[in-house]
Design a protein around this ligand. Structure first.
Ligand code: 5GP
Ligand code: MN
Length: 339
């Protein structure tokens, strides 16, 4: 996105528009924080603005300012489709390809609204009139901060915007510890705190509101942890029965995969979660250093993401998916041991 694009977008946003903002399916902290952060900013210019999510998101995000205005496409389809069809502008946030919105893809693809992408995932598709894509960014929330700054409006960042953007930067950087965290990230965080983000409260709301059942589920996942030392890999599984036993709620398994990566000498971690309703095994992959789980997921698990964090899926059984994973590891042994 160059200065000319920014000038055009500024011009476009200078009169009230009908705007829809959409994140990826199964929205995470960055997806919810970035869409609601942008939502509060656009309201300042009196745009008719609406965040539409493909489906539900975890309870630990259901306090973020503006949360109660969000519409869900899977349960409010007619209303959401009408808003998309009627929109002048559609912002697509925190995803690189329209299929990542699940069932929203066809209606988004057909819409003639001007599309603006803001995203930090690898391999952005070319569907938007304006594409602000930067894979070096910690989070889409950090990019929304830059977007507002480029439009000359940093001074408009209030406590609501700051809180939303803080959430996504915090969750996507693993609380400011992943390599994507730069000195600029920290400077932005400082500005967000100055603008009214209450850091201690935000960390508490997201990370310290566990149910007892969720910690029991974590215990179950840790019990299922396996290590393959020659591939410097750790993986865990959760079957549908295990999820049910511990009263699984959306978002409960968020972050579990990182425990594998916390083992000494491990550079690749995976979790395989059975989802009988969707008929898939949901896969999360994490790595350290230059080992690209984005490439591994693209090649073998119909997914993608970032170098050190990617998601994917498999239509095999849980057992067969794990066997497939184990069978491809030897071809990566050299790369994994070079880390
Ligand atoms: P998670 O394992 O938490 O589901 O995803 C890790 C990261 O990879 C997140 O940034 C997520 O948005 C991204 N991701 C997950 N699944 C996919 C996918 O199918 N395609 C792409 N491009 N990115 C994905
Ligand atoms: Mn993100």
């Amino acid at each position: 996105m160059n200065e000319h694009d920014i000038a055009s977008i500024k011009q476009l946003l200078s009169t009230p528009k009908k705007i829809v903002i959409v994140p990826h399916k199964n929205p995470d902290g960055d997806a919810i924080g970035s869409t609601l952060g942008l939502y509060h900013y656009l309201l300042k210019y009196n745009h008719q603005t609406q965040v539409l999510v493909p489906n539900d998101y975890p309870t630990f995000l259901k306090w973020v300012p503006g949360n109660d205005t969000i519409l869900k496409h899977d349960s409010q389809t007619t209303e959401c489709d009408a808003l998309i069809n009627d929109a002048d502008i559609i912002f697509t946030l925190d995803f690189n390809a329209l299929h990542r919105t699940g069932n929203m893809e066809p209606v988004l693809a057909k819409s003639t609204a001007l599309k603006i992408m803001i995203d930090h995932h690898q391999a952005p598709d070319d569907y938007a009139a304006y594409t602000f894509s930067d894979v070096s960014m910690s989070s889409t929330c950090e990019m929304v901060y830059h977007f507002i700054s480029m439009l000359g409006d940093s001074s408009l960042i209030d406590a609501n915007i700051a809180t939303c953007l803080y959430v996504g930067i915090m969750t996507d950087t693993g609380s400011f510890r992943f390599p994507s965290t730069t000195s600029t990230t920290h400077k932005i965080i400082a500005k967000l705190i100055e603008s009214g983000a209450n850091n201690a409260e935000i960390h508490n709301n997201v990370y310290d509101t566990n149910s007892y059942a969720r910690l029991q589920l974590l215990g179950c996942a840790l019990n299922n942890l396996n290590v393959i030392p020659e591939s410097r890999t750790a993986y865990m599984t959760l079957s549908q029965d295990e999820l049910q036993k511990f009263d699984y709620k959306k978002g409960d398994t968020e972050g579990f995969v990182n425990y594998g990566l916390s083992l000494n000498n491990i550079v690749l971690a995976a979790i395989f979660i059975e989802d009988k309703q969707e008929g898939i095994i949901k896969i999360s992959l994490r790595s350290k250093g230059n080992f690209s789980v984005n490439e591994m997921s693209r090649l073998h698990f119909d997914g993608g993401g970032h170098i050190n964090a990617a998601g994917g899926r498999s239509e095999l059984s849980l057992k067969d998916t794990v066997e497939k994973f184990i069978s491809i590891l030897p071809s990566y042994n050299k790369a994994l041991n070079d880390e």
